[in-house]
Design a protein around this ligand. Sequence first.
Ligand code: A3P
Length: 356
Amino acid sequence: MTHLSNYGNDRLGLYTFANLTTFLRCWTNLKLHTLPPLQLAHKYFRLFPEQRHPLWQNPCDDKRHKDIWSKEKTCDRLPKFLVVGPQKTGTTALYLFLIMHPSITSNFPSAKTFEEVQFFNTHNYHKGIDWYMEFFPVPSNVTTDFMFEKSANYFPLEESPKRAAALLPRAKIITLLINPSDRAYSWYQHQQAHEDHAALRYSFYEVISAGHQAAAELRSLQNRCLLPGLYAIHMERWLTHFPPNQLMIIDGQQLRNDPTAVMDEVQKFLGVSPYYNYSQALTFDRQKGFWCQLLEGGKTKCLGKSKGRKYPPMDTESRVFLSHYYRDHNVELSKLLHRLGQPLPSWLREELQKVR
Ligand code: A3P
């Protein structure tokens, strides 16, 4: 039993199978039973529930698969790196800056989820790797072209790292981290702007402090607001599937304040060429209050209204609550960064000061 789509066209496999059953019927006392395909599938997965969920691998990583993989297909339509999120840390700004580079290409947009493919974290995964590859062009030069995709919800989802590592074991992974309290607040503002029913109904403090007895919609909103900020837990999961040298952790605050320095580091990490001088391509837009792409004629291209929103600062009560909520997780994150030999972002140092 295999989930690899190429076996669907493997006529030798069917021939062998048919002859094997004839042989068994003729020469043994075994009684063979079969069922219509759907019922057979249900029965099979009842017997082997662990195989219910596919884990796609790259067909070209195994010579046997590659030999029977259709000649019209290629394994080159896969990303070399992923920007995995989490949401509200500056992922769209990073995406915009990355696609300015002449050797870096993102996926084609999705009709449903816009620039994000959301393959490894949703039911899209069950559509298979052909579906995923359709989002990427055939690279003109496999060595120098860098294709990537950014799906900000990959970061906290349990299945994502395992699935990504199975299909893209050599891919580089980029994650951005900002103070998890600010991330939670930004996310709440985002939900309000999108008129999420629960976010309009409950104040930020009500959301973050809701107890176990709270209404289901409030608990659900709280989980989506707070859980992505448990950075150490999620990072450890990515690190069980990818070696540390394939993982880059960007300080989202630094990307916001000094994108040129961050993009220089990103280029080094990816090993992409030619070197692209972001200091000449980006400019600080006073009106927007953020760094934007500098276009010809001195115009700027900034991210839309939904990024860099104006909203009141977080109230002190919520700030204190969240510092306490994330305290142990921030300590764990600092240990993890120390282990990886990475510097601590300034927001993390400030949060650790509060622990003492
Ligand atoms: P706010 O809208 O709360 O300020 P994401 O793209 O991952 O959803 O992150 C959105 C956040 O990116 C914004 O949150 C903003 O603070 C931050 N950001 C960083 N650099 C930015 C830039 N150059 N333009 C707009 N937003 C930027």
